[in-house]
Ligand binder design. Structure first.
Ligand code: PHE
Length: 336
C-alpha cells in the first residue's frame, strides 16, 4: 500500500494540466466519489495491517491535500489565462462619440466681432432691452412724427400716447450710446452688442428679433476718415483682406453725415456674379445727440455705427434664411 502511494505521489506531481477540462479530469481521477483512485484507497484502509494504518492514513491524507492544492492552483492559473484570451471589452467595436453641444453661430459671430473691437481699444457696454422713448428715439434726434415710431416697426410695451410716451423693446442698440454718454464724459470708445426687436413681417431676411453691435467713439477731433478706417480694418480682419466694401450715403436721424456699408458677396447664381449686401449703418454723431446728453458739440465730435450680426453671420457661413438661427434645429446647429 505504501509503495502504491509512493507511485501515485510521483504520478500526481508530474501531471500536467492544460485546460479546465483536464483540471476536472485530474480531480475526478484521484478524488472522484465513486471511482477516484485515492477515494478507493481510503475505502481499502481496513485491509491494511492495524499497526500500519496510522501511517497509511496520514500518507493518504497528505496525497489528497496535494491533489486538492494542485487542482486549485491549476484552476486559478487557467482562469486568468482564459480572461486574457477573451476580454469582456471588444476592442474592435467602433468608439461611441459623446454627444456634445456647439456654440451657436450667432454667438460665435458676436464673440468674434467683440474680440476684434476689444483689440482695437473698444470696451464693451450694455443697456436694457426694454427701453423708454427718450433713449430709443428722442435723445437720438428722432422727430416726434418719425415713421420709426410707428406701431409698424416698434413693439410697444406701454402705449405711445400714455403718460410715459411709451416703453418699447429697443429697436436698435443706439440707445446704449445715450446711456454711456449720460454716465461717462468723453473720451468714450465702446461697443454695445445685444438683441433688438422689430415688429416686421417675418421672412427669409427679417425676423422680429435680431442682434446688433453698436460702436461709439467720441473725442476731440474724431473725423469721418477715422470711421472709414476702423470699419475697413474691421472688415479686412473679419472677412479677409480681399474683401470688397463700399460706403453708400444714407440717412439716420442721429448721424450726419450718414453712410451704410455694403460688402460684395460673390454668388455664381446671381447674373452679375454676386451682389452688395448691407451689413451696417454708420455716421458722425449728430450735434443734437451730443447736446441731448450734455456733451459740448463744439469741442467733441465722434462716430457711431451699428452692425447687423445676423447679416454678417449669413455672409460668413453662406446661410440664406435668417429664421434658421432661431429654429434651434440640431442638424443645423451641429454644423458649426
Ligand atoms: N441704429 C441704426 C439701425 O438700427 C444703425 C446705426 C447705428 C446707424 C449707429 C448709424 C449709427 O439701423
Amino acid at each position: 500500500m505504501l509503495d502504491r502511494i509512493d507511485e501515485l505521489r510521483s504520478e500526481i506531481n508530474n501531471a500536467s494540466i492544460n485546460s479546465l477540462e483536464e483540471a476536472e479530469e485530474f480531480r475526478i481521477r484521484y478524488l472522484g466519489q465513486r471511482s477516484g483512485i485515492i477515494t478507493n484507497l481510503f475505502k481499502k484502509i481496513g485491509e491494511v495491517a492495524p499497526e500500519d494504518r496510522p501511517t497509511v492514513g496520514k500518507e493518504l491524507n497528505a496525497l489528497k491535500g496535494t491533489v486538492e492544492s494542485l487542482h486549485e492552483a491549476a484552476l486559478a492559473r487557467l482562469e486568468e489565462e482564459t480572461d486574457g484570451d477573451a476580454p469582456e471589452v471588444d476592442l474592435t467595436l467602433p468608439g461611441r462619440r459623446p454627444q456634445t453641444g456647439s456654440v451657436h453661430p450667432l454667438t460665435q459671430t458676436l464673440n468674434d466681432i467683440t474680440r476684434l473691437f476689444e483689440r482695437f481699444g473698444f470696451s464693451v457696454a450694455e443697456g436694457p432691452e426694454i427701453e423708454d422713448d427718450w433713449h430709443n428715439f428722442t435723445a437720438l434726434n428722432f422727430p416726434p412724427e418719425h415713421p420709426a415710431r410707428d406701431m409698424q416697426d416698434t413693439f410697444f410695451v406701454e402705449s405711445p400716447d400714455g403718460p410715459r410716451n411709451g416703453v418699447v423693446l429697443r429697436t436698435h442698440t443706439s440707445p446704449v450710446q445715450i446711456r454711456v454718454m449720460e454716465n461717462t464724459a468723453p473720451p468714450v470708445r465702446i461697443i454695445a452688442p445685444g438683441r433688438v426687436y422689430r415688429n416686421e413681417a417675418i421672412s427669409y431676411k427679417s425676423f422680429c428679433l435680431f442682434h446688433q453691435v453698436e460702436g461709439l467713439y467720441i473725442d476731440e477731433g474724431v473725423t469721418l476718415g477715422d470711421l472709414k478706417q476702423i470699419l475697413r480694418t474691421f472688415a479686412e480682419a473679419f472677412f479677409g483682406e480681399v474683401v470688397q466694401m463700399r460706403f453708400r450715403p444714407s440717412y439716420f436721424p442721429f448721424t450726419e453725415p450718414s453712410a451704410e456699408v455694403d460688402i460684395w458677396w460673390e454668388d455664381e447664381e446671381h447674373p452679375e456674379g454676386g451682389r452688395w449686401m448691407e451689413i451696417l449703418g454708420s455716421g458722425m454723431v449728430h450735434p443734437n445727440v451730443l447736446e441731448s446728453v450734455g456733451v459740448d458739440s463744439e469741442r467733441y465730435t465722434g462716430y457711431a455705427f451699428g452692425m447687423g450680426v445676423e447679416r454678417i453671420a449669413m455672409l460668413r457661413y453662406g446661410i440664406d434664411d435668417i429664421r434658421t438661427f432661431y429654429e434651434n434645429d440640431v442638424r443645423f446647429l451641429e454644423q458649426f
